[in-house]
Ligand binder design. Sequence first.
Ligand code: TRP
Ligand code: ZN
Length: 874
Amino acid sequence: MTDHSQAMTAKYRQDYRAPLYWIDSIDLDFQLQEPLTQVTAISRLRRNGEHKEPLVLDGEGLSLHSISVDGVPFTQYEQGESSLTLFNLPAECVLTVVTLLDPAANTALEGLYKSGDAYCTQCEAEGFRRITYYLDRPDILARYSTRISADKAKYPFLLSNGNKVASGELDGGRHFVQWQDPFPKPSYLFALVAGDFDVEHSSYRTKSGREVALEIFVDRGNLDRAGFAMESLIKSMRWDEQRFGLEYDLDIYMIVAVDFFNMGAMENKGLNIFNSKFVLANPATATDGDYHGIERVIAHEYFHNWTGNRVTCRDWFQLSLKEGLTVFRDQEFSSDLGSRGVNRINNVRTVRGPQFAEDAGPMAHPIRPDVVIEMNNFYTLTVYEKGSEVIRMLHTLLGEANFQAGMKLYFERHDGSAATCDDFVQAMEDASGVDLGRFRRWYSQSGTPELTVSDEYDAATGIYRLHVRQHTPPTQDQPQKLPLHIPLDIELYDENGAVIPLQYQGQAIGQVLDVLEAEQTFVFDRVPVKPVISLLRDFSAPVKLHYEYSDEALAFLMRFARNEFARWDAAQMLINKAVIAGVARVQQGLDIELSATLLAAFVAILDEAELDPALKAEILALPGEATLAELFDCADIDAIHQVRSAIQDALAEAFGPRLAATYQSLRLTGYRVIHEDVAKRALKGVVLGYLAALDPAQADALVREQYAAADNMTDTLAALQVANGYLLPCRAELLADFEGKWAHDGLVLDNWLRLVGSKPAADVLVEVKQAMAHPTFSIRNPNRLRALVGSFAMNNQVQFHAKDGSGYRFLTDLLIELNEVNPQVASRLITPLIQFKRLDEQRKALIRAELTRLAKLDGLARDLFEKVSKALAQ
Ligand code: TRP
Ligand code: ZN
């Protein structure tokens, strides 16, 4: 049930005030029972300074049972829509609040709710206020003790944060467990789980010799899918000791996998709660991509124990303090353990695609937002992914040693407290001595900066000049922009691909240039020949780059750039150029022409014997249509699709017989999740796609064969994706077979739902609606919904943007239903409807009509209200 009377008022970062009261400790008692759960919260309050202000507690959707102060029933209070105001409290007192909850009716999946048969909680960002009245803000750090009682047969495991300190039997088949968390924490890190599980056990000995019990709780019958998550946890613990010198601090670390979860996972102190999609895996059920996702998310939540929990955020505007930094840490973990190049490529794909789109849309905000209506709307690509890029730039500017010194100082200053983004940058500046004055603007300025670069070479003097202009176009939230401190990593090559050292007047120049001004020129001498420049190496800043590369220069970089990322990036630029030119030709009714240079460069990649197949796969896989749309001010959806397909066909033809030969050479026996094999499977999938473009009949046979012979989910799905993406004759048969095999396993069935949602055909909505009637589908389950509807709305550009408006109408109808069921998930699915700036007028009008329909909805949740009203203000 949704509370329809939530205030739509905005909160401003500037309005932060220290709390009027502190809460030093809270003792919670949960009596889990049907239908209503009773929660008793006993808080020790302390007035902050001398004042007569009342205490205003947060609370949402609560049924208040009783209040007492120092053991005496208390009546001097006022209950508001989402608050409880207490008057005339003594300077110090013990407040007892008893509330009643109905977890089974909680479909929003915030606060205390039921996932299947288990009780669980989600308190970030503001879910604790759905459990009890409290100062639900992250600068209130309290010691928690939690007593849980429940029916013993149904709920044999009763879990909360910290250490188990007592347990015992109760009357009526009930039992209880008492937990104590020695680390003061904000309410958003509180967690409770009660249910029946299978448990994967292990242990870890920290570098200082502490023995930590590791426990992963999964639904009964799923123990054979928990091993990889456990290995990932142990690797994360070891890596954080080795690279950051950070050790775990409790005697137990628990992870619980649940099927109903709004996001990926949650870092609650000592008791992570995970979307089961980021825990469960075995070769029959999970793809290589799923394994990678598990390793990454397990690491991310573990790393939060220091960056998020030990040092938390003063207020929610500081969210990137923990999220940007923790994403940076998990990216470094993945890169140290696997392929740095492939990881960088995929992280950059996310920034350049969806994050740049966010900057260009109505929700544009700095990584540290200034104004928020619904905090759940700010768990964004900007806060997470761009936030991580900002940390990465600091790392680039300071170097590893200074960066680690900054981390150390940050923990010395702020361990056990709630900090700000400024505190973090200050520690980095103080520890390194690097001036970060202008760099701080990355925290306050939104939007995607654009770098326009040109160069001149004087053969007579050997002088090479690089002119760099920076400009950030206005965003919906911020019309004025200032110059930023942009690290620009470059390298120069001579005609043979040898590196030309950077120098000026006998001084070596580092390859990371400090771009600080709106316009700046960098001069190098002793440059013996006109160089080819590799710019923005490793995506050294989250910016758009403009430089007039010739096809020849890009083909050269694809071959000679010393760094895997730079080679991939050159290939991307080459494709982008071809797409821009191709769309212009299609719009003039002309055929698409591809340069021989482009075709030869891609053939050379496929032919390069020494190249990591994983990198080959990344280079050969063309950018998606949504990413390509970002290249245009007005994106012609149908022309982009047509041009992308034509490029694929032309490349397939250029590859010719190499495709079948390569495909055969990549066959593997047995399944191992190691880079070498993952790389081969990835390339095999890409090659199979090109084969389908070249020769559908041959591909149909190969796809059937691969599907039938596959001993792992990666190969199975690669076959299905090609069958689906190219509408091969085997499509219907194989999809039906897959659905039949996995009908009862939601996580695996999600793959089928994604295939259905991304069917590249006009009747896709017929199949989507049929899939919604599947017994395993439920709009209450965010994973099912995102798989089916998310793939349609975000991965099926041509059909979602159908000119008759059917895609927009379908999504809007669903959002109206979801507004009641789960506003947080609705607010994520609405993204493609609010990012319409680049569409033509006809489509814009259709979308506006649907958004207007939403805006008029009775009881529109705050989450959707914020986005719909911003979108309509465009
Ligand atoms: N803090 C979590 C993470 O980044 C994400 C998170 C925020 C979350 N809000 C949530 C998870 C709500 C689930 C539900 O790891
Ligand atoms: Zn996080």
